[in-house]
Ligand binder design. Structure first.
Ligand SMILES: [Zn+2]
Length: 167
């Protein structure tokens, strides 16, 4: 990811390309069932993008107020990449990046909905939009405000966010 990002401008919208990381098999599928995780499914509005993700039924959501999350009202929970599997729509996904270009703001180029992305806090994992999950698998939701408007300081002071994409 990193080398390509150098040529992007601040408002660049890259053409979508099927990304290997989306195609990774859900390796944890078998033993996650007894780690207390459940399989959530979800996707964008038009149905082009569909995914499954293994996570707790009790979701810990970050409500971030950085420049882009504020405009998008982006709330998300973070999972390791191995727990996420794109079921369809790699060709429908386009990516917006800015500033450090670490976060990959992936969204459906048809309906515009960002159902998941790779956050700057955890570029190796995925941030999943809980409001894009299908009904029936979420038991509870806790929302934590994350002061992304002062991102470096917020990251330094936060105890657990950095490790949320680790296995
Ligand atoms: Zn869509």
């Amino acid at each position: 990811m990193a080398p390509a990002s150098k040529v992007q401008t601040g408002s660049a919208c890259r053409e979508p390309r099927p990304e290997a990381r989306f195609r990774r098999a859900c390796r944890l599928e078998r033993h996650s069932e007894y780690q207390g995780l459940v399989k959530h499914t979800g996707g964008c509005h038009c149905g082009a993008v569909r995914f499954e993700v293994w996570a707790s039924a009790d979701l810990h959501i970050f409500d971030c107020n950085c420049s882009i999350c504020k405009k998008k009202q982006n709330r998300h929970f973070i999972v390791p990449a191995s727990r996420f599997k794109l079921l369809k729509g790699a060709e429908s996904i386009t990516t917006y990046t800015f500033n450090t270009h670490k976060a990959q703001h992936t969204f459906c180029k048809r309906c515009g909905v960002q159902s998941f992305y790779s956050p700057r806090s955890n570029p190796g994992g995925f941030g999943i939009a809980p409001h894009c999950l299908d009904e029936g698998t979420v038991r509870s939701v806790v929302v934590e405000e994350f002061n992304g408007s002062d991102w470096e300081k917020a990251m330094k002071e936060h105890k657990t966010i950095k490790s949320m994409s680790k296995e």
